[in-house]
Design a protein around this ligand. Structure first.
Ligand code: NAP
Length: 282
């Protein structure tokens, strides 16, 4: 199959390589070309424009950053993609935008799925992501073998349902990353060895992905992204916008979002989300 991949950053680059390893021809485009060229020695064809990248593709994946990037990139794709092709957006983006793009694609005979993921940079490399998919079920069924190269797909319903599921995921992540950070801060304040404390609680009722995967980066004072603080703030703003439509807000998420916004204001927006510990320690 001819695959186009737009957005070869931390997540997209690793995910795209699983499709190549599964035997597909992969054509890649990234705004900063060097990030796509980094994969040329793995047999990825690097393109100069989105048009060149998608014109002969059967399936086109996007893994960019913000909803505005998704909108811009998908509009360009729709101007160049062949009728009958499929677009799969794996960016964490807005459910409302996903529904609108789905309708635009449908008018052109191009199926669009929203398929955001969870599992972090480690899950992208290992091919163990959880993939939450919205859109037409027949398009989903065709895409399942492609998704299975990257992880485990879950069909969630109509267009936008994948993004709504990812919003639920991010609500849980907000609580889990704050809980882990507060436990580490408490341990340090009370003369416990934080590593020993985490080992003791990881196997009990407090165990979590954040304790297993993010806490070691906290203990090593490694604040490189994994998952950018700026992207997590974007995700929490998406949740807040959706809940505002219901006239509600989510207190835990709002409080975690405010802490990350304070860190971003201090210049930490390009750190990984494990940098939340700095909020407590500053
Ligand atoms: P990233 O490293 O910033 O990757 C995004 C890539 O998309 C960058 O290489 C960027 O190019 C490219 N891009 C952005 N806008 C573009 C455009 N208009 N045209 C072409 N290329 C464009 O971020 P990431 O960590 O891979 O995350 C990607 C998405 O996945 C985000 O929505 C994030 O919230 C979500 N996500 C991340 C994780 C994680 O753990 N990292 C986990 C699950 C979901 P430039 O280099 O030019 O900026």
């Amino acid at each position: 199959m001819n695959i186009a991949w737009i957005g070869t950053g931390i997540m997209g680059g690793a995910m795209m390589c699983h499709l190549k390893k599964a035997g597909h021809e992969v054509f890649a485009y990234n705004r900063t070309k060097a990030k796509a060229l980094a994969y040329a020695d793995q047999g990825i064809h690097v393109c100069d424009t989105i048009g060149e990248c998608v014109e002969s593709a059967d399936v086109i994946f996007t893994m960019v950053a913000y909803p505005r990037d998704v909108e811009e990139v998908v509009e360009t794709i729709l101007a160049h993609a062949k009728t009958g092709s499929m677009v799969i957006d794996m960016t964490t983006s807005s459910p409302t935008l996903a529904k609108r793009l789905y309708e635009n694609g449908k008018n052109q005979g191009i199926a669009i799925l929203d398929a955001p993921v969870s599992g972090g940079d480690s899950g992208a490399k290992a091919g163990t992501l959880s993939i939450m998919v919205g859109g037409d079920e027949d398009a989903y069924t065709k895409a399942v073998p492609l998704f299975q190269t990257m992880g485990t797909p879950h069909y969630m319903g109509e267009a936008g349902a994948g993004q709504h599921t990812k919003a639920c995921n991010q609500i849980c992540v907000a609580g889990a990353v704050a809980a882990m950070s507060e436990a580490v801060h408490y341990a340090r304040k009370n003369h416990l060895d934080a590593k020993q404390m985490l080992e003791a609680i990881a196997g009990g009722a407090a165990g979590s992905w954040q304790i297993n995967n993010t806490a070691p980066r906290v203990l090593n004072e490694d604040f490189a992204p994994g998952f950018f603080i700026k992207h997590f703030i974007k995700d929490m703003h998406i949740v807040q916008e959706v809940m505002k439509e219901h006239g509600e807000n989510l207190q835990m998420l709002d409080s975690v979002c405010a802490m990350y916004e304070a860190l971003a204001d201090q210049g930490h927006e390009n750190d990984g989300t494990q940098g939340l510990i700095r909020y407590y320690e500053s």
